[in-house]
Design a protein around this ligand. Structure first.
Ligand code: SAH
Ligand code: SF4
Ligand code: F3S
Length: 483
């Protein structure tokens, strides 16, 4: 199908092959892309560079590692500089400001491309799964060379070949896919920790959320594939894994004879070399008593749970289609804290949902005080085209929303500061993640609770674990001393 001179195969899924064959085909494409990149190298007189910029969540960050792995295999030198010969934006569309940032930055890339016409600009990720976005880019931004979606990133080698050979925009976006392709090359950002996808997509359709539309239906990976990946990561020096999915608690549903999420955690726990296990995100409606038991008994699962509440008003939760009410959520939290008194809990909250009133915001603020979160990410509701909430009437003015948001934020900060005090003077194990940005004589480590601690050290400590005495409470992080 052709549209405005672009090679437009959006919403088709014609040439799908079973994953082993598909993988072999993409391997072949890596070879062909490699030859084209070599040609480019000769022309430029240097190794061509590629820069991948990630917007959005951990899921996108993991996808970017796969994209970087492929680019490196094709002969590009990876760079953080957007002056690179190829710039790829892996986009997010969960709120409109994420989209606006991408449009703004595309303008800058266009200016660069005017000076260096061989520069290639590619877009992928959640934002381009929206037809209105494709429409806008294909009609107003002809300087973009390649657009592909969330369902066909495994075809990136082939798309690279097409882009490098074409003189027009290539668009290849699929609506959904039942397929999971295993074993793509990966270039990890960190040597010592890694995300591991356990499922893709989402079936929950919270009324405000665009993720199910842009990431498709929920698909779990086979546990044997997940465990094989974790084992390989461990053999490669990774000691911390984060299991990723939009709703990890419903892992395995729809797969015949597959284990549940708590059982999967128990299997991951058995992998030698893995010292820390994290997971994201847990939907409260599917969090089972078995998960609480497994977490409480585990040596490796970190003492941190991200449990998005979204609102403290049962009326709003119902309109959001979250499938729990305030009481149910607070009861779950009480059971978690009973089993794990030191558990750090973080959450997500939306303010300004259509139909929400200032009284509902008061209920959210009172829930935050009761729940005593270690931290909360607060967002102003952003209408997303095609979601049910986008056509619901709103009850509050911008002023009321802003005022409620600020009051909520100050309570979130107050409770977070209170919670962090329990760590004062304790000795905790920290995994050193890098050098401190401000002080070259300090390293930055992360505790199991997800709290950061800065302490004296050097580069040789990165990726290792140290007991650290938490001396100075800086509000949201600590300055400590190696014990
Ligand atoms: N699957 C996760 C959330 C993924 S999106 C879960 O169910 O918890 C991350 C967060 O973005 C959500 O928890 C929500 O708080 C926020 N969010 C999603 N859609 C939004 C919208 N339209 N406006 C504002 N915030 C939104
Ligand atoms: Fe969005 Fe809800 Fe799915 Fe989370 S569970 S991704 S908020 S629809
Ligand atoms: Fe954004 Fe897509 Fe993640 S919309 S939050 S990058 S799943």
């Amino acid at each position: 199908m052709s549209l405005l001179g672009t090679d437009y195969s959006a919403y088709t899924s014609t040439d799908r092959l079973p994953s082993a064959e598909e993988l072999a085909r993409q391997e072949e494409m890596i070879g062909r892309a490699g030859e084209l990149v070599l040609g480019l190298k000769e022309k430029l007189g240097r190794v061509p560079t590629a820069c991948v910029v990630t917007f959005g969540c951990q899921m996108n960050a993991r996808d970017s590692e796969k994209l970087c792995g492929i680019l490196e295999r094709c002969g590009y030198a990876l760079s953080e500089d957007e002056e690179a010969d190829l710039v790829l934006y892996n986009t997010c569309t969960v709120r409109d400001n994420a989209n606006q940032r991408v449009y703004g930055r595309l303008g800058h890339l266009h200016a660069m491309k005017k000076k260096h016409p061989e520069k290639r600009i590619a877009l992928c990720g959640c934002m381009v799964q929206e037809p209105s976005v494709i429409e806008r880019i294909t009609t107003t931004m002809p300087f973009v060379d390649l657009i592909f979606g969330t369902h066909n990133i495994y075809k990136f080698p082939e798309l690279l070949v097409r882009m490098l050979e074409a003189d027009h925009m290539i668009v290849d976006v699929w609506k959904d896919t039942p397929e999971i392709v295993e074993d793509l090359p990966v270039k990890r950002k960190y040597a010592f920790k890694s995300g591991v996808n356990i499922m893709f997509g989402c079936n929950n359709f919270c009324t405000y959320c665009i993720v199910p539309y842009v990431r498709g239906r929920e698909r779990s990976r086979a546990s044997k594939d997940i465990l094989r990946e974790v084992e390989r990561l461990a053999a490669d020096g990774v000691s911390e894994v984060m299991l990723l999915g939009q709703n990890v608690n419903s892992y395995g549903k729809g797969l015949e004879g597959e284990v549940s999420f708590p059982q999967l955690l128990k299997e991951v726990e058995k992998v030698d070399g893995i010292r820390r296990i994290r997971f994201m995100t847990s939907h409260p409606k599917d969090l089972s008593p078995e998960l609480i038991e497994v977490m409480a008994a585990s040596e490796k699962i970190c003492s941190h749970l991200h449990l998005p509440v979204q609102s403290g008003s049962s009326r709003v939760l119902k309109m959001m289609n979250r499938c729990y009410d305030r009481e149910g959520y607070m009861d779950l939290l009480a059971r978690l804290k009973d089993a794990m008194p030191d558990l750090s809990v973080t959450t997500d909250i939306i303010v300004g949902f259509p139909g929400e009133t200032p009284e509902d915001i008061e209920e959210t603020i009172s829930l935050v005080r009761e729940a005593q979160y270690d931290n909360a990410f607060t967002f102003i509701y952003s209408p997303r085209t095609g979601t049910p909430a986008a056509s619901m009437p709103r009850c509050m003015s911008d002023e009321e929303i802003k005022d409620g948001f600020e009051r909520l934020l100050s309570v979130v900060q107050e409770t977070a500061r209170m919670r962090v005090r329990r760590f004062e003077g304790r000795t905790e194990e920290a995994l050193v993640e890098g050098m401190n940005d401000q002080d070259p004589a300090m390293v930055t480590g992360r505790l199991g609770s997800n709290l950061l601690v800065h302490f004296a050290g050097d580069e040789s400590m990165i990726g290792k674990y140290y007991p650290v005495k938490l001396r100075e409470n800086k509000g949201f992080y600590f300055v400590g001393e190696r014990e």
